[in-house]
Write a protein that binds this ligand. Structure first.
Ligand SMILES: [Zn+2]
Length: 176
């Protein structure tokens, strides 16, 4: 890394830092801590979406919502033809909740991604320790889903509460 003895403004956000030592040289120039952190975050997102092809949770849920809508439409169509005598396509409340919960468990790719992050981060963990943390997270996630399932009444409420709690779990795992 080239030593910086002169610059005190970040090349990205142009903000002034207290000392040239606070800027580090990367491809884009001399960047402050905050911008480099931001870059790493973007890079992780890129790895997840474009390299590992992990779909966003919100996209998955959207896909399911569309499928459900199509099913309801089909049901409506059948009802018009056969009247109420026609048995409904299975769509109990319990089924719906089960379908939407499926995508909330960590996939193999997501676990792999977390693993790499833990063993390669700034404070790298041993492989055993990383696996233990991911196993803990999986257990906590399972408990969280069960807990919420008994507490919430709607899918919307469930999703909101789950996203909040899961983000918290992830943060705790990284800061442990
Ligand atoms: Zn900056």
């Amino acid at each position: 890394m080239k030593k910086n003895n002169f610059k005190t403004n970040c090349d990205k956000c142009v903000k002034k830092v207290s000392s040239p030592k606070k800027l580090k040289k990367v491809n884009e120039g001399y960047l402050c801590n905050k911008c480099r952190k931001e870059n790493r975050k973007d890079h992780r997102e890129f790895l997840k979406r474009d390299i590992l092809k992990i779909p966003k949770r919100s996209d998955l849920l959207k896909g399911w919502a569309e499928k459900r809508k199509a099913k309801e439409k089909e049901q409506e169509r059948l009802r018009k033809i056969y009247g109420d005598a026609k048995p409904q396509i299975k769509s109990s409340k319990k089924d719906k909740l089960k379908i939407n919960i499926l995508g909330l468990y960590l996939t193999k790719d997501e676990r792999l991604f977390l693993y790499k992050k833990l063993v390669q981060g700034e404070n790298p963990l041993s492989s055993e320790e990383a696996n233990k943390r991911i196993k803990n997270l999986t257990e906590q996630n399972k408990r969280l889903i069960e807990e919420l399932r008994n507490k919430v009444k709607t899918q919307g409420e469930f999703k909101k509460k789950f996203d909040e709690a899961f983000a918290k779990l992830l943060m705790e795992m990284e800061n442990e």
